[in-house]
Design a protein around this ligand. Structure first.
Ligand SMILES: CC(C)(COP(=O)(O)OP(=O)(O)OC[C@H]1O[C@@H](n2cnc3c(N)ncnc32)[C@H](O)[C@@H]1OP(=O)(O)O)[C@@H](O)C(=O)NCCC(=O)NCCS
Length: 180
C-alpha cells in the first residue's frame, strides 16, 4: 500500500492512465499550475494558449499520460513521449503536481507507474529534462536512479530501465493518506 508523506494533506485519489476523452481534465490540470510550477515544468513561461495546444498535441501524438485523479479532477500528471530518433528506444518523461499536493509523495507514485508503462512499451531508456535549480525534480529523478548531467544550461537525467529495480505496481491506495 502506498502512503503519502505529508500528514497535512487530504489525498484520496488514484494514479491511473488517462483515457482519450480525459484530455480536457489534463489540460485543466496544466492550466491550474502556479507560475513557478509552470516554469519548472516547461523550462520557461507557458501561456494558457500554449498549454491548450500542448495538451491537445500530447493526446494526438499518442503520449502516455498518467494522472493522479481525484473525482473528476486531474491534480498531477506524468507524461511519456516517444523520441523515435533516439536509439535505443527512448522516452522523454515529464511530471507536474499541483502546488498544494507537492512534496507528499504523488510525484514518486506517478514516476513508478510511468516506469511500468515504459517497460510495457519496450523502452529501454528514459530522459527527463529540467533546469539545474529544480531540486524537487532532481531528487525525484535520483530516487529512480537517473544519472543527471548538464547539457546547455539544462539538467538532463538519463534512466536506464534495466538499472531500476522492479517495484510492486499495484494500484496505489491513497485513501489512508489523510491522517491530519
Ligand atoms: C517535481 C514534482 C513533479 C515532484 O512531485 P512531488 O509530488 O512533489 O514529489 P514527491 O513528493 O514524490 O517527492 C519526490 C522527492 O523530491 C523531494 N522534493 C519534493 N518537493 C521538493 C522541494 N520543493 N524541494 C526539494 N525537494 C523536494 C522530496 O523530498 C522527495 O525526495 P526524497 O524522497 O528523497 O525525500 C513537483 O514538485 C512539480 O510538479 N514541480 C513543478 C513541475 C516540475 O518541476 N516538473 C519537473 C520537470 S518535468
Amino acid at each position: 500500500m502506498s502512503r503519502l508523506a505529508s500528514p497535512n494533506i487530504q489525498a484520496s485519489g488514484i494514479v491511473r492512465r488517462l483515457r482519450p476523452s480525459e484530455l480536457p481534465l489534463f489540460r485543466d490540470h496544466l492550466m491550474r499550475l502556479d507560475p513557478e510550477s509552470r516554469r519548472d515544468r516547461f523550462n520557461g513561461a507557458a501561456s494558457d494558449a500554449f498549454l491548450e495546444r500542448y495538451a491537445e498535441r500530447c493526446f494526438r501524438e499518442g503520449a502516455t499520460v498518467v494522472g493522479y485523479v481525484e473525482g473528476m479532477r486531474v491534480l498531477g500528471a506524468a507524461e511519456l513521449h516517444e523520441r523515435p530518433e533516439l536509439d535505443p528506444p527512448t522516452g522523454e518523461i515529464a511530471f507536474s503536481v499541483e502546488k498544494k499536493l507537492q512534496h507528499c509523495g504523488i510525484g514518486s507514485l506517478l514516476f513508478k507507474r510511468l516506469i511500468a508503462h515504459a517497460r510495457a512499451l519496450g523502452y529501454t531508456q528514459l530522459r527527463v529534462t529540467t533546469h539545474p535549480q529544480n531540486d524537487a525534480m532532481r531528487r525525484l529523478a535520483r530516487k529512480f536512479k537517473a544519472r543527471l548531467s548538464f547539457e546547455e544550461g539544462e539538467t538532463v537525467g538519463h534512466i536506464v530501465l534495466d538499472d531500476v529495480p522492479f517495484v510492486d505496481d499495484a494500484e496505489p491506495d491513497l485513501s489512508t493518506a489523510a491522517v491530519g
